[in-house]
Design a protein around this ligand. Structure first.
Ligand SMILES: C[S@@+](CC[C@H](N)C(=O)[O-])C[C@H]1O[C@@H](n2cnc3c(N)ncnc32)[C@H](O)[C@@H]1O
Length: 219
C-alpha cells in the first residue's frame, strides 16, 4: 500500500482534546522504559529535546523520570502546546520549556542536546528528512537519539483491523486519526533508506505489530 499523507499539524481543538485525553499509558510508558534503558542514569542532568511533543505527555514522563533534566519540547500546533501548558504540573514545568513552532523553521534555544527524542512525529511529516536532518543538526558527538513511530500496515483492511484492536473504545475522532496515521506511516524498509540517506547510525527495531523503535548515539 502506498503512503497516504495526513494533515501535518494537529490543530483542531476537538482533535487535540481527544488525543490528549486518550489512553496512551501503555505505548508512552513502553517508550519511556525503552528510553530509560538507553539513558541508564537516573541522575541524568542533561538537556533533552522532544520533537513534535503534542500535549506533552512524553515530556512530562521524562521530566518525572529524570528529575535533574531540562527539556525543550516543540510542537507546531498551538492548541497542543496550550493543552500542555494548562495541564502539566507547574512544578514539572519549571524544567519543561514548551515551544510553539513548526519544524524545521523554529529556532531552538540550544545548538545541541544530550538527548533527542520524538514519538509519533515522523509519520506526520510530508518529508521525513525534516526529522532526520534536524536530529543531525541538534546533535553533538554522544547525543542519544530515541525515536518511536507507527509502521504502515500492508493494506487499508489491516489498518482498520488495528484500529478495531487498539482503539475500539476511543472516541470516533481518535479512531479516524489513528487510521489516517497508519496510512501515513512509513515501512521499515523506507525508514532504513531514510536513515542511510541521512547517515544517521540508528538501530531499527520493530517492537509491536504497529510500532518501530529507533535508537543510537550520534558520532
Ligand atoms: C501524533 S502527535 C504526537 C505527540 C506526542 N509526541 C505524543 O507522543 O503524544 C504528532 C504531533 O506532531 C506535531 N507536528 C507535526 N508536524 C510538525 C512540524 N513540522 N513541526 C512541529 N510539530 C509538528 C503535530 O502537531 C502533533 O502534535
Amino acid at each position: 500500500m502506498q503512503r497516504i499523507l495526513e494533515l501535518e499539524l494537529m490543530e483542531d481543538v476537538d482533535q487535540v482534546i481527544a488525543y490528549a485525553q486518550a489512553d496512551f499509558e501503555k505505548p508512552h510508558n513502553d517508550f519511556l522504559q525503552r528510553l530509560k534503558t538507553f539513558v541508564n542514569e537516573p541522575t541524568f542532568n542533561g538537556k533533552a529535546l522532544d520533537l513534535g511533543c503534542g500535549s506533552g505527555d512524553i515530556s512530562r514522563r521524562f521530566a518525572s523520570a529524570f528529575p535533574f533534566s531540562k527539556i525543550d519540547a516543540v510542537d507546531g500546533s498551538k492548541p497542543m502546546i496550550d493543552y500542555a501548558l494548562n495541564s502539566i504540573d507547574p512544578v514539572l514545568q519549571l524544567r519543561l520549556n514548551f515551544i510553539h513552532g513548526k519544524l524545521p523553521d523554529t529556532v531552538l534555544p540550544e545548538s545541541s542536546y544530550d538527548i533527542i527524542f520524538s514519538n509519533s512525529l515522523l509519520h506526520h511529516l510530508p518529508n521525513p528528512q525534516v526529522l532526520w536532518q534536524l536530529i543531525k543538526k541538534c546533535s553533538a558527538p554522544g547525543t542519544r537519539i530515541v525515536v518511536m513511530d507507527l509502521l504502515r500496515p500492508v493494506s487499508k483492511k489491516m489498518a482498520k483491523t488495528l484500529v478495531e484492536m487498539y482503539a475500539i473504545d476511543e472516541p470516533k475522532i481518535l479512531q479516524r486519526d489513528f487510521y489516517n496515521s497508519l496510512l501515513a506511516a512509513f515501512s521499515l524498509e523506507e525508514i532504513d533508506k531514510q536513515l542511510a540517506f541521512a547517515e544517521l547510525p540508528l538501530a531499527i527495531e520493530q517492537v509491536s505489530d504497529r510500532h518501530v523503535f529507533l535508537s543510537g548515539i550520534a558520532n
